[in-house]
Design a protein around this ligand. Structure first.
Ligand code: B1M
Length: 210
């Protein structure tokens, strides 16, 4: 389908208007919203993820594509709801207490939304109790934490302990990431998954729920 290809290319270029116009044309041609989402948009985000992993594109290009994805989702959402298409899973995400860095966390959020997740973003400087409350309230499949400082990464352990103390540890997978983290740190604090970048985070999240 030419129009789906056009949506995919516009999305990869970060062309918000091109994505919106493509979606309107596709809907006008009677193409199912699910097909527009999967073949026009999610597949484009997969390509962005692979290119980012391979260092063929960098943070700005990913953010621009993710912005176009979000704009496309806004346009398509009412049709998806009408058609009864549900998100593939739910994620609660935040940057840990004491840490104000959110660019990487926002990228992870956008890539996860691009992969079809509903994401509840708690923002920055999020205390352990707030993460616990959000798990109780939203019952996500995945709890994601980001930390950019060596002085705040330890807070992730406090969150995991608080989730366990609240009796919720078996109900949620815990994913961690951020520049100072390593796989061995993630293992040490008892996280389920460590991801090096936003593309890895989105594909690992899919594997956790599918
Ligand atoms: Co700050 N800062 N900063 N900073 N800052 C760093 C992190 C630092 C490495 C700079 C340096 O010294 N070279 C350093 C940390 C040193 C350390 O702890 N080892 C540092 C410092 C020291 C500080 C302050 C203490 C400075 C000061 O005030 N003296 C202060 C702390 C404030 C606080 O948080 N309490 C501070 C403040 C700031 C700003 C507010 C000015 C600004 C943040 C703005 C914002 O985020 N809205 C800022 C910035 C921009 C940076 C740098 C320059 C860039 C960070 C960034 O956005 N990278 C950074 C130096 C650097 O990295 N070059 C630095 C781009 C982003 C896409 O990458 O966040 O790594 P990243 O995210 C990646 C992966 O890590 C991963 O995926 C993302 C995309 O691929 N990922 C996850 C992230 N979270 C994930 C979660 C997942 C999975 C993957 O699952 C849930």
């Amino acid at each position: 389908m030419q129009v789906l290809q056009a949506i995919s290319q516009a999305l990869q270029r970060g062309d918000v208007n091109g994505v919106r116009q493509g979606i309107a044309t596709a809907l006008g041609e009677g193409i199912e919203p699910k097909r527009i989402l999967e073949e026009g948009m999610l597949s484009a985000m997969d390509i962005i993820g692979v290119k980012f992993k391979n260092n063929e594109i960098f943070v700005p290009e990913v953010l621009i594509a993710a912005r176009a994805m979000n704009a496309g989702m806004e346009a398509l959402k009412p049709k998806l709801v009408e058609a009864g298409i549900k998100p593939i899973g739910k994620v609660v995400i935040g940057t840990v207490k004491g840490d104000l860095h959110d660019i990487g966390k926002n990228m992870v959020r956008m890539m996860m939304e691009g992969a079809g997740f509903e994401v509840v973003d708690l923002g920055i400087d999020v205390a352990a109790e707030r993460f616990v409350e959000a798990v109780q309230e939203h019952q996500p499949d995945i709890l994601g934490m980001s930390a950019l400082l060596t002085t705040t990464m330890g807070e992730m352990k406090a969150v995991i302990d608080a989730v366990a103390d609240a009796g919720l540890r078996d109900q949620v997978k815990i994913m961690v990431g951020g520049a100072p983290l390593t796989q061995s740190f993630a293992d040490q604090i008892g996280a389920d998954v460590y991801c090096k970048n936003a593309a890895e985070a989105a594909s690992a999240a899919k594997q956790l729920v599918l």
